[in-house]
Each structure stands twice: as C-alpha cells, then as structure tokens.
Design a binder for this molecule. Structure first.
Ligand SMILES: Cc1cc2nc3c(=O)[nH]c(=O)nc-3n(C[C@H](O)[C@H](O)[C@H](O)COP(=O)(O)O)c2cc1C
Length: 356
C-alpha cells in the first residue's frame, strides 16, 4: 500500500496525486506503525515521536486518522478558513524534481470550518496529536475576526491551534507579522478559544522571509502573549540561484530541500534569542533523519514535514525515527529532549554531513 501511495504521489499531476493520496488515506486501511521511545512534549501535549505532518496536506480534515497510521505523531489539519473557498487558479502546484522541491500557490482551498468541525468531531479515537491551522478567507472584510471565529469553532475538536500568518498565497496575510496586527490576531484567537472554554495551546507559524528586526519583535510579542510554540517556518518566496526547473520562477511558496538551510538557520537564530523561553517546531526541507536531527540539535522539540513525504513516500516516518534513535544513542543522549539546542547549525550540519 505504501508503494502504491508513493507511485500515485509522483505519477499524476501534483494536484490530482494529492487528491488521490488524501482519498486513499481517508479509508484508513493501514496498520499503525509504533515507533521507539522518542517521546517529546510541547505545552503538555505528548508526541509519541518528533515527526508530524505539516499543514497543507490534510487541508480539510479528511484523512488525519490514516496519516497517524503512517507513524506521524501529529497532524496539522488546515489551513482552515471560516467559509469554504476554492483557492487560486489551477495549475497551482509544481514539482521541481531535480531540487526535490515544490512550488505551490493553492491559496487556502478548503471546505470551511463547519464541515471540518464535523469531520474532527467523528467520535473516533485519535492515534496522535491533532492541530488545526487557521487563517482568514481571501475576501474577508475582517481577517482578524476570522481568527476568532475559526478558533471558537474548532478549538474544542483538536489538541492545539496554529495561527497562520505566513502563507505567501493570501494577499496581505504576511503583513500580520507587524507587531500591532499580530497582537490583535493573537488576542482574537485567544478570545475565540476562551469563549468556548476549551483552553487549547496556541502555536504561531511564521515566514522565513522576514527581517531579523521583525523576527525579534515577533519573539517578544509571542513570549509576552504566552504563545506556546513557534512553528518555523512556512514556505519561502525566495528562489535560490541553483534551482533547476522550468517552474522555478512561478509565483508561490517554495518548499522542500532548498528551504532546509534557510529555515534551519532561522530556527537556530530564534533558539539563541529565546533560550528555551518558548518551544520551537522545526519545519522546512526535512526528508532524512540527518536533517531532522540537525533541526533538533539547533533547537526544535518537534519536526513537521510535507514535501519530504511526496518525494520519499509514506515510509518516511519509519525511516527517520529508527535512524534518529540510533543517532541519539550514538551521541550519548538519554532522551530527545537532552539533544534539543545543544549545537550550532554549523556543528550540527558537520556532524550530519550536510552543507553548512
Ligand atoms: C502543497 C503545499 C500546500 C501547503 N499548504 C499550507 C497551508 O495550507 N497552511 C500552512 O500553514 N502551510 C502550508 N504549507 C507549508 C507547509 O506546511 C510547510 O510549512 C512547508 O512546506 C515547509 O515544509 P516542507 O519543506 O517539509 O514541505 C503547504 C506546503 C505545500 C507543499
């Protein structure tokens, strides 16, 4: 079955392949894969291993049970908006094979919070941590209110909420990295959650393309507002010169291998500044155990991936977690937590034979 999914993910055009994979996973015919002892914890949520599926794959909560069965410890459903929307014009997903990268300009196509709520509230036992990533509708007259409405409607049915201010495909969204707007977004999300008394942790997902002064302000705001974790990072609008594809200049967010160094160096910087005051989730370009380990060594307690699943196939969690256990043992760490934030990017990359 895993090979079938890998084949589908690469045979059809990217959007059709994605729909098929979601459909197969929603049938939930898989055998659960239990991982070794790689527990990690954020905001009192226990993750059975440090590999989660990043937002954007299960946009409308259709297949998270199936994804848990592939071994992922967590799934971030979404981005979910108050009302359903179709997203941007097609084609809007492109594979850059030689660079093991994707450019997407989906623009938050999703079924809207009411339908997603019903899917999350299915009464079935979940085999992992379920996050919901929220954002505003493209044509919203009050994008800040959208964060309140979605958190109010969905926070009861998940384990944490992620505020997404960082997708490059919704006009104006990244402006919410501005300190004052960000404070309003966080306040609105908290209000939504507290109105239904669900007390769920809040994560904040940021862009890798911001200036360091903006990042410093975001960190201060997040700590002052008791944000539980920063998710670093979303896709980039930057195009490294070495990309080698006819699609490389297409508008949208670039993910996968070319995002690894940029997002990991940002993670390292944020870890240095925050020094353990806030938990960090490392996302961007992870497709091997070495890359996951580097993110942990520079400060991530949890890893999320998306593009790596497309190129490496559904066994990716099994492969990464078994090797990670060996790396921790080899380097004398008793637990994953002991390894978090112990090296600089350069040291961690050298240790793992990666470019630095
Ligand atoms: C096709 C596609 C759709 C995505 N959609 C979303 C989304 O709806 N919301 C979001 O926060 N991130 C979205 N992302 C970004 C991922 O969650 C992740 O942050 C990014 O792809 C970097 O990780 P990766 O290199 O492992 O893919 C999307 C990524 C891809 C490739």
């Amino acid at each position: 079955m895993n090979n079938l999914i890998k084949y589908l993910l690469n045979f059809f055009d990217p959007e059709t392949a994605h729909k098929l994979a979601v459909s197969i996973l929603s049938r939930n015919h898989f055998v659960s894969y239990r991982t070794k002892d790689l527990y990690t914890k954020i905001a009192n949520l226990e993750f059975k291993n440090p590999i989660g599926l990043a937002a954007g794959f299960d946009k409308s909560g259709q297949c998270f049970h199936g994804i848990f069965k592939l071994g992922f410890s967590s799934v971030e459903v979404g981005t979910v908006t108050p009302f359903s929307q179709v997203g941007n014009n097609k084609p809007r997903v492109f594979r850059l094979y030689k660079n093991r990268a994707v450019i997407n300009s989906y623009g938050f196509n999703n079924d809207g919070m009411e339908i997603v709520k019903n899917r999350l509230n299915d009464g079935k036992k979940r085999e992992g941590v379920l996050g919901v990533n929220i954002g505003p509708n493209k044509k919203s007259k009050n994008p800040i209110e959208d964060f309140k409405v979605t958190s109010k409607n969905l926070s009861k049915y998940c384990d944490y909420i992620t505020i997404n201010i960082s997708s490059p495909n919704t006009p104006g969204l990244r402006n919410m990295h501005d300190k004052n707007l960000l404070c309003e977004v966080i306040k609105a999300t908290k209000e939504g959650i507290s109105e239904v008394g669900s007390h769920k942790p809040i994560f904040l997902k940021i862009s890798p393309d911001e200036k360091i002064s903006t990042i410093t302000e975001i960190i201060n705001t997040s700590i002052n507002e008791n944000i539980d974790a920063l998710v670093i990072s979303n896709t980039t609008i930057e195009r490294p010169v070495y990309l080698n594809s006819k699609y490389q200049y297409i508008k949208g967010g670039l993910s996968g291998n070319p995002l690894f160094k940029k997002s990991t160096k940002l993670l390292e910087n944020i870890h240095k500044i925050t020094n353990g005051k806030i938990d960090l989730v490392g996302v961007g370009g992870v497709e091997s155990a070495n890359q996951a380990y580097v993110k942990i060594l520079v400060g991530a307690k949890l890893i999320q991936l998306y593009t790596g699943l497309l190129f490496q196939g559904p066994n990716i969690v099994k492969i990464i977690t078994s090797q990670l256990s060996e790396f921790l043992k080899r380097d004398g760490f008793n637990s994953l937590e002991d390894a978090v934030g112990t090296l600089s990017y350069e040291e961690a990359a050298k240790l793992n034979n990666l470019e630095y």
